[in-house]
Design a binder for this molecule. Sequence first.
Ligand code: XUL
Ligand code: CO
Length: 438
Amino acid sequence: MSGYFDSIAPVKFAPETAHEAGALAYHHYNPDEIVLGKRMEDHLRFAVAYWHSFAWEGGDPFGGRTFDRPWFPADTMALAKQRADEAFDLFRILGVPYYCFHDHDVRPEGATLRESRARLEEIADYFQAKMEAGGPKLLWGTANLFTNRRYMSGAASNPDPDVFAYSASIVRGVMEVTHRLGGENYVLWGGREGYETLLNTDLGQELDHMGRFLNLVVEHKHKIGFKGTILLEPKPKEPTKHQYDYDVATCYGFLKRYGLENEVKLNIEQGHAILAGHSFEHELAMARTLGLLGSIDMNRNDYQSGWDTDQFPNNVPEIALAYYEVLKDGGFTTGGTNFDAKIRRQSLDAEDLVAAHVGAMDVCARGLKAAAKMLEEGRLEAARAARYKGWQSADAQAMLGKSATLASIADAAEAAGLDPQPVSGRQEILENLVNRYV
Ligand code: XUL
Ligand code: CO
């Protein structure tokens, strides 16, 4: 049988290759290059997302499938295996160390929960053989609790307890398969965990059910000995009008409320940050500050459309500031860079799928190198530290100590006749500084 990617050779680091259209070579991503004492591949930990590249058919709200893949509609186990063959072929061509999947991407749903689970196990065996034969590792697995109409009013937050129970079965199945395949994380994205209208929604009850569900997931993780990280993926809206895991700060409040802040971290996606009205670096800095930075879903939104367009990244300055936060956090541990990104529906060819990943990996490599240099040279950090240097004095520190009171601080300020003089925030100077690295 001829393969979908047969005409495409494995992509190598070959910066001398001409930058002409269609040249499939890495110009910046050099897996073995040492950056801040670590191989580039071990910093970036790239993963291909199964769903966008192998399950999505090119549809949009106004039109259906545009792609013509030999494994579509993948509604039989034979086609699901053909899809797996092609997916692992793409992973090999790209030389990526990881991949990610939902249950729904990799096997057709069965007639019963038990049949769905058996099919997932069968595909996991198929994956395992390919992984043992030199394929990539699993960065994370996740359950699709949003596509089927049974989830239209939520999964853990559904008013119907049977959907809560059904979801428990699905999540248990995918977690156990993720564990068996050596997955390094397990992700929960609550695409339908939210509401369309408050008129029919008991917000407090739904949050309690979600908190309980996540506690059950964490308990099960410990019970089966899964050593990976459980990750929530914030997103403010789309598909629902309002999603409970709105952004990093909201997730932190949720985790604190349900006692999970030391058990669960976050998978942060650029497009979701933008939908929440934040920059990617804001979400990453917030997660780093709160001790929740787990992994990233790398993509970009179209800045004009206002949708989660899940495009491959191509903006080096944005990516540099994102990896700056990752590096400041000490780099990824179990996390990595998952391309939760899809090619445009007019990009029909196998070569488009490969080129999208190649370009994105180069963009990330440039961003990582710029971030590492910025951190190494320390100018940005020195400028930031200088802005706060007043806080190094003993008097300033005493205000933060337990013995200070509002009145003691106020009395001292009045006695000293304080009259603080504003100093420049130097934003343009710092932007000029960053521009020298990107
Ligand atoms: C949806 C999204 C998902 C999650 C996994 O916007 O990002 O693909 O990453 O369910
Ligand atoms: Co995502």
